[in-house]
Design a protein around this ligand. Structure first.
Ligand SMILES: Nc1ncnc2c1ncn2[C@@H]1O[C@H](COP(=O)(O)OP(=O)(O)OP(=O)(O)O)[C@@H](O)[C@H]1O
Ligand SMILES: [Mg+2]
Length: 444
């Protein structure tokens, strides 16, 4: 039911009523006989004189009483204010072309959250965090495309740290960048003034701001405006604990079934079914990480004459995996390098020293191998976890908490970037985690 007490426009009232009825624009068009285009124009405020007949049909399809139509027609702003002068940005990169396996619940809840921002606390962002290659960008884009219609004043997309070769954008660079996207006039001279102008611009618009590859809270804060109907969606390579996010999700590697599904989607079930044990090896060597699986699937689909066994053989040696998990402009190594490049020197140093630990490690191993200071060791461990380099693997039977480097991170620090001549590699002292050594023995 439309909340007549709410001071929304006709456009907003229609969107709210349709979503309350759990209908897409297409569903409503089918039920009402009004075209999708007409519904979209009404919902985005691009119809200056709505036809009463169309509104009657829509109200009937939504189960609203006929008298509601009169109220809708009289609703202040039925002729919705056009977006303020300037651009209506549509900057979202393309949504993933394929099925995002195992992420439906995340996509749905993100969309529900973003759709609800007009009623909620819009000063707090939605944040998705995960290790390199987990599918953060794909997830936020899939969610953002599904709610574009809710943000008629535009969608702004900023990659805050495109890769290891670039430096992260600073807040003083981000503010004028978004102001330009919104067509909100030339940037003010002083950064503080520019930040104020951005808050003002966002508070007058209904914009979706999508920030990819966030490295710090400071990059996000200038976009947060209380009382605005805009929304901010962030993909982060590290926890952003100082941001009070209204919505936070962590994503990681896929389960076995979902990981196999990624390969099946790219290769077809006949091909994976014919080589089930080789497929299992490929999943394992890819660490069930979406990016690695996607690259493996693309490699095989581009080579119908090659078998899954061929690929499994190529990936058997851990030190060769980063080199092979690379196709076109997709590269597992580049993904890890982008995260690694923004690590502070002490954290990077701790990672290097962890190469000498054999297998999973605990807080005592940090003291033995990284630094004798127990306090500093604990801080560094926290940083490694926050920055998605390390994850907890749960307590042992005797209650010890164990930690593990993410597979691709371990390969990166153990063998060095592809093409580099890592001294340990030359010396033949490459660190292998205990489990990998054990499983290698089992397979042999
Ligand atoms: N759930 C999924 N199912 C199938 N493919 C996926 C899934 N998630 C991601 N992918 C694919 O994996 C690749 C990596 O995804 P994406 O770029 O979103 O990861 P990311 O976490 O943003 O990586 P980075 O840490 O490098 O920014 C993409 O090619 C994407 O299409
Ligand atoms: Mg990404």
């Amino acid at each position: 039911m439309i909340q007549t007490s709410s001071p929304t426009t006709l456009a907003d009232a229609l969107v709210t009523a349709r979503e309350a009825a759990c209908l897409t624009q297409e569903d409503l068009a089918e039920r009402s006989g009004v075209s999708v285009r007409a519904i979209r124009n009404l919902e985005t405020g691009h119809t200056s004189r709505p036809r009463k007949q169309s509104l009657l049909l829509i109200a009937k399809a939504l189960g609203l009483p006929p008298e509601e139509v009169g109220r809708l027609m009289r609703r202040p702003g039925a002729e919705r204010q056009q977006p303020p002068p300037g651009l209506v940005p549509a900057e979202l990169p393309a949504a993933p072309r394929h099925n995002l396996v195992g992420r439906k619940a995340h996509v749905d809840s993100l969309r529900a959250h973003l759709s609800a921002t007009e009623h909620g606390d819009t000063g707090r962002p939605a944040v998705v965090v995960g290790p390199p290659g987990a599918g953060k960008t794909s997830l936020i884009l899939e969610a953002a495309h599904g709610v574009r219609d809710r943000f008629p004043d535009g969608q702004v997309f900023v990659d805050l740290h495109p890769g290891a070769a670039s430096t992260p954008l600073t807040p003083d660079e981000i503010v004028p960048r978004v102001l330009r996207s919104l067509g909100a006039g030339p940037a003010a001279g002083h950064p503080e003034e520019a930040a104020a102008r951005l808050r003002d611009a966002l508070s007058r618009r209904r914009v979706l701001v999508v920030l990819d590859n966030a490295d710090s809270e400071a990059q996000v804060r200038p976009l947060l405006v209380d009382g605005s109907r805009s929304a901010v969606l962030v993909a982060a390579r590290r926890e952003l604990p100082a941001l009070t996010a209204q919505f936070r999700r962590h994503i990681g590697v896929l389960g076995d079934g979902d990981a196999l599904q990624v390969l099946e989607d790219l290769l077809g079930p006949a091909r994976t079914g014919a080589e089930r044990s080789a497929a299992s090896l490929v999943l394992r060597f890819c660490g069930r990480l979406p990016l690695a699986l996607h690259i493996a699937g693309l490699w095989l689909s581009a080579r119908p004459h090659r078998s899954l066994r061929d690929l499994a053989d190529r990936l058997t040696q851990e030190q060769d995996r980063l080199r092979f998990l690379h196709i076109g402009d997709l590269s597992l190594e580049a993904s890890v390098a982008a995260c690694h490049s923004s690590l502070p020197a002490p954290v990077r140093g701790a990672l290097q020293r962890l190469r000498t630990v054999n297998g999973d490690f605990d807080a005592d191993d940090m003291v033995t191998h990284v630094t004798p200071s127990r306090g500093l060791a604990a801080d560094l461990l926290d940083e490694l976890i926050d920055r998605q380099m390390v994850h907890a693997v749960g307590p042992t039977a005797d209650g010890r908490l164990l930690y593990r480097l993410h597979d691709a991170v371990r390969q990166y620090v153990a063998y060095g970037p592809v093409g580099s001549r890592h001294p340990d590699r030359v010396a033949g002292q490459i660190w292998l985690p205990r489990q990998a050594v054990d499983s290698g023995r089992k397979e042999a």
